[in-house]
Design a protein around this ligand. Structure first.
Ligand SMILES: Cc1cc2nc3c(=O)[nH]c(=O)nc-3n(C[C@H](O)[C@H](O)[C@H](O)COP(=O)(O)O)c2cc1C
Length: 363
């Protein structure tokens, strides 16, 4: 068996990729404390299974904002898939559609969003399996045009990333002098009139240093797509997001790539779940590498999880089939974790299967 675990994909990707590409994908901000904590905190949480409960009897199917998922898993938005493999975003999209899951297309994709969504099958009765991720640009006209393109391309949700008023500092990239995409690759959504535009009219993605709730209200006013806010860490922001008309939240620290030493995603989740009280679905990303990580996230209040880097490792190792295998492995592991923990259904999973509630006292 070539790949037994998601780690096997990362190991192979590391061998295949140039060191600066591997480091760009793998790295985090500053000392990478949060990057490591995302994994370490999952590992620290101990399960306490039930027994003799008659087995897992339901399916893994999950409905998330009208999208029917084969399991509670999404592909998080990550930049530059063609840097990992020539299959690029289209390879990822095909694997996601085959698996009946959902892909969040990064605004920084190296394939125009219209080309990615065009892969969708006409026979799929679910709402579109693509959401578009947006960094609100200082130029509102350009931002509005991108939103319109995502709507026209058939995306069924708009993911607004709010943890990036400025760019987190990745010291690995500085050391490797990785500052630009190699020739031939570009941020393909950044031309002002769609993907047919000429290469030389490409803009750079900018971060909006004065990003605020008024920007979310403005977005709410220009689109009827569900808004999903990505990068919520504080329970008060979770409540504010709901008050501002947001339909779902992604608890995320951007895979440890923005504010270093902020808490891991799994550690942030319980307070947010308590604040949200099931008013909107919560998605968690950051460090999910095993079926048991998925189970723990569900137990602490997530409706679904998302994975970032493992998809890039699958792509880098083997293109589209690699991504398919990453998704399949997680499905197998989730089912195993549910069965071994004595869970009867996804809905029945709760905090009771964890030995200790996450430590909330400062150390
Ligand atoms: C190489 C890379 C590029 C990313 N690009 C984006 C992006 O364009 N937009 C965004 O909202 N998040 C981006 N993220 C963050 C992911 O959406 C997600 O929050 C994170 O990868 C989850 O952690 P994981 O990689 O441990 O699964 C990126 C992450 C990585 C590793």
């Amino acid at each position: 068996m070539k790949w037994l675990t998601l780690q096997d994909f990362e190991d192979e990707a590391r061998e295949k990729l140039r060191v600066e590409t591997y480091d760009y994908f793998a790295g985090g901000a500053r000392d990478e404390v949060t990057l490591r904590a995302n994994r370490a905190d999952f590992e620290r949480l101990k399960l306490r299974p039930r027994v003799l409960r008659g087995g897992f009897r339901e399916s893994l199917a999950t409905r998330l904002l009208d999208v029917d998922l084969d399991m509670p898993l999404l592909v998080a938005p990550t930049a530059f898939h063609r840097l990992a493999h020539a299959d690029g975003e289209c390879g990822t999209a095909r694997a996601v559609l085959d698996a009946k899951l959902l892909m969040v297309i990064s605004m920084a994709s190296t394939t125009p969003l219209e080309q990615i969504t065009a892969i969708a099958s006409a026979t799929d009765s679910s709402a579109s399996r693509f959401w578009f991720q947006l960094y609100i640009q200082p130029d509102r006209g350009f931002t509005a045009e991108l939103v319109r393109r995502a709507e026209e391309a058939g995306c069924s949700g708009l993911v607004v990333t709010v943890d990036s008023p400025v760019f987190g500092c990745h010291e690995r990239d500085l050391r490797n002098q990785f500052t630009d995409l190699p020739a031939g690759l570009r941020c393909a959504n950044m031309s002002s009139d769609g993907w047919a535009n000429r290469d030389d009219s490409i803009r750079r993605i900018e971060f909006k240093a004065d990003l605020c709730w008024a920007d979310v209200d403005w977005l709410r006013s220009i689109t009827r797509l569900p808004l999903i806010i990505k990068g919520v860490a504080h329970p008060e922001d979770a409540r504010l997001a709901i008050a501002h008309g947001v339909q779902a939240l992604i608890v995320s620290n951007h895979g440890g790539r923005q504010l270093d030493t902020m808490a891991s995603s799994i550690e942030l989740l319980p307070d947010i779940a308590e604040a949200v009280q099931n008013d909107v679905p919560i998605i968690l990303d950051g460090g999910v590498r095993r079926g048991t990580d998925m189970l723990k996230s569900l137990a602490l209040g997530a409706s679904a999880v998302a994975i970032g880097r493992p998809v890039l490792w699958g792509l880098a190792a083997a293109g589209q089939p690699g991504v398919s295998e990453v998704l399949r492995l997680l499905r197998e592991e989730l089912l195993e974790a549910l069965m071994l923990s004595g869970s009867e259904s996804l809905q029945a999973v709760d905090e009771g299967i964890l030995l200790h509630q996450p430590e909330r006292r400062p150390c």
